[in-house]
Design a protein. Sequence first.
Length: 294
Amino acid sequence: MTTRNKKTLATRVSAPTAARVLVLSALALNMAACTTVFESDKVDYKSSKKAPPLDVPPDLTQLQKDNRYATPDKSGVATASGFQQSQAAGAGSVPSAQAAGTAAGSIGPVSTDAVRVERAGDQRWLVVKQTPEQLWPQVRQFWEDAGFGLASESPATGVMETEWAENRSKIPQDFLRNTLGKVFDRAYSTGERDKYRTRLERLPDGSTEIYISHRGAEEVLTGAQKESTVWTVRPNDPTLEAQFLGRLVARLTGATAPEQVQAAQAKVENAAPAPQRAKLVGDHVEVDEGFDRA
């Protein structure tokens, strides 16, 4: 073989060899990444895409909507104050969406002293020095900005509930996911869905208690060959409830800097449990309240 032929052969062989090296390197990186798969401790529902309604068990099925309480302006949000004003004027109507938005826009952040955290066991809630009418549009916008749609809302009762959503931060960020996930993002799923219920309760002094409760669903395989799936109830997660309460504290107080947001989160997580007001002593119960209140 001549020198020229040897050079040509060497050139032809080098291309597939280089490609093979690249493939082997990619596989090695993938295997290494698989051993260091981690889950982010953050909550990310914003990247969750709209999915068809879940086939959930009866205890997770939403109740049918009752049109008895439907407002004339279905594009707006009724408020308790607006209803009282309309009743007093004899008009019998509720504020429009534009009026509600104007009222919400006039409400600024409150001071950190105006928000305190109460705790009883694993349950935490906020006490805010604002009325439910002032807080309702802020809380509503808070959930929308977090990536949730609202499945139901009732300003009259102070309850709103989000739709089911997926926490995408639970998907392992390994090499294959980072490489192909951008193209086939819908192929990756946690098999879990979450929804949140928020309740606003008015206090005698005009302040408001805000409760956030979590509900979870999990997709499990069924059948002899595991050929189908069904959604089942998943226990509520107090950690998720605390995370969203912390985010809500940051939102209400106008905290935007990372250290301010972390301080708001720590305020919720480190809340001290309230002292017990009742305890069993022998065969009777002692209540730490006045006689008239007890």
